[in-house]
Write a protein that binds this ligand. Structure first.
Ligand code: ATP
Length: 147
């Protein structure tokens, strides 16, 4: 069976490296895309959301923020501002950060507020919460490949 080499990295580290992925689903500016072997080469923008990778019939879920996606023959590389595997997400931290961002966005203020930055932060925290809560709600089968 044909597979795809999938890598996802942040400025800090390689978060995930799967030499034999079956499919990769990514949140992009144009909507969600699923990459299968033999996908045409494309460069796309990554937006905050969930990345799902199928390997050996199982699925690995990650939360990502913004970045870039490069789809090449047999290989997909994602460069993200931040990326966490579902099991590494600290839900309380994400919830606190979401609350802070939402509060700052809705509060009446006299000084200048970076609304765009806050909106991006909010999207990022919502993506983390979606991924970690989905994982908690589903039957977990454990990590299937090493980082
Ligand atoms: P916070 O507002 O919670 O302090 P931050 O603004 O510092 O977060 P980011 O800049 O998005 O967060 O990320 C900094 C680092 O911390 C990255 O490596 C990111 O993967 C990690 N990180 C951020 N939030 C979480 C979380 N809820 N669970 C696990 N790792 C996280």
């Amino acid at each position: 069976m044909k597979t795809i080499h999938f890598q996802i990295a942040t400025p800090e580290k390689v978060v995930f490296d799967a030499p034999k992925a079956e499919s990769i689903t990514l949140p992009t500016k144009m909507g969600e895309i699923t990459v299968l072997p033999d996908h045409l080469p494309v460069v796309a923008s990554l937006v905050p959301g969930e990345v799902r990778v199928k390997i050996g019939g199982q699925e690995v879920s990650m939360a990502v923020s913004g970045g870039f996606i490069q789809i090449m023959p047999g290989k997909v590389v994602v460069l993200a501002d931040s990326a966490e595997r579902a099991e590494d997400i600290d839900e309380a931290r994400a919830e606190q950060a979401r609350h802070r961002a939402q509060e700052l966005l809705t509060k009446k203020r006299t000084e200048a507020v970076d609304y765009t930055g806050l909106a991006v932060k909010l999207e990022k925290e919502l993506a983390r919460l979606k991924v970690v809560r989905k994982r908690r709600g589903s039957k977990h089968i454990g990590p299937i490949i090493e980082k």
